[in-house]
Design a protein around this ligand. Sequence first.
Ligand SMILES: [Fe+2]
Ligand SMILES: [Fe+2]
Length: 269
Amino acid sequence: MKLLFIGDIVGQPGRRAVAELLPRLRAQHQLDFVIANGENSAGGSGITPKTAEEIFSAGVDVITSGDHLWDQKEVMELLANEKRFLRPLNYPPGTPGQGCGVFEVQSSKFKAQSPISVGVLNAQGRTFMPPLEHPFLFAHEEVKWLRELTKIIFVDFHAEATSEKIAFARYLDGQVSAVVGTHTHVQTADEQIFPGGTAYLSDAGFTGPHESVLGREIEPVIKRFLTNMPQRFEVAKARVILHGALIEIDETSGKATKIQRVAEAIQSA
Ligand SMILES: [Fe+2]
Ligand SMILES: [Fe+2]
């Protein structure tokens, strides 16, 4: 099966890129399942039911998140009611929402066979990040029961440090189909398949305006670094690119057979 993961969708330009490009990418690559990180989809900070709906209707099956989870108060509604929305798994027990789920693949390719499901897990790193529960231990426990339901498991590891990302993915090698990193908004060039069959990319990059600093207008960010004074970081506008990773998975074993970086510019900008 073929799965597309889309890196952090930033603001309106990011949502527009997904709406404009995903239908073509779905057809071109005969995608069976699409996952996107939506933590920056509302004005660059957080996510609301409205921005989530826009992303789902563009053809995304599951939305993951990260440290910007709480930026919009309407997220509570998503956490309470939307099964296709995931927050990092390693929040303390009792936190609203869920960190993983099992979803049936709707693709017509598999209609004739018995239905195929995909497990999706979202976790957050702890190095240079707000303190959370242990991502390695929480993910390991969760993957154990997920594997009883499906061998096809995708993990979005939202983290800053490449060492933590690689160690986390190596720890899960052979247990999950893919670990793709998010959060830095910079796409890395280290895509590979580990010996156990887990596809890996340190960071998928971000979907939004690349004439920017990580999706935000350039000048205020420079000013912030020069003066240390707080600035308003508006979402930038130009050079809108969709970043992500395309992964092929053997449905029977759950092992990845291919991983490829994706960078697609929109036509209208
Ligand atoms: Fe982000
Ligand atoms: Fe983040």
